[in-house]
Ligand binder design. Structure first.
Ligand code: SF4
Length: 138
């Protein structure tokens, strides 16, 4: 089981192998591949820093405890009808995203994120709506 905070549920959809450091990318790729290969993997929703934040490099500006990031987590969970502490399979998360989220939500929910302008997170949500899952990261 993996522990994830709200906004990382969206970040995984847009993940294309980019990240804050080599260690961060290795960790995220491992998580991403596990969920892609086994969508029945359990996820526990947590408040604040999770298993991805753990590998945030010391060299970068640490934003994982910023108020606006907690707020982003809360908005995303609420949108999907989920709560902190809940445990559910990744495929259930995908199905809730299909039901409750549209690509343009990224523009509003993730307004301050530096990755937003790449358009990959919106693309990831769009692909879920098209019946696809997580994209293969090479
Ligand atoms: S825009 Fe940023 S916070 Fe939002 S899903 Fe993408 S990477 Fe995550």
């Amino acid at each position: 089981m993996f522990k994830l905070r709200g906004h990382h549920l969206f970040c995984l959809l847009g993940y294309r192998g980019m990240g804050y450091s080599q260690e961060y990318v290795q960790n995220m790729t491992h998580l991403h591949q596990t969920l892609r290969n086994n969508p029945k993997t359990f996820i526990q929703l947590v408040k604040g820093p999770d298993q991805l934040c753990e590998k945030f490099p010391n060299s970068g500006t640490y934003h994982c405890q910023d108020d606006n990031i907690y707020e982003r987590d809360a908005v995303i969970l609420k949108k999907m009808g989920l709560e902190i502490g809940q445990i559910l399979m990744w495929e259930e998360i995908e199905s809730r995203i299909r039901k409750f989220v549209v690509p343009s939500d990224i523009q509003m929910v993730c307004e301050t994120c530096s990755w937003r302008s790449y358009g990959i997170c919106e693309e990831g949500i769009q692909e879920l709506h098209e019946g696809k899952g997580l994209r293969e990261v090479k």
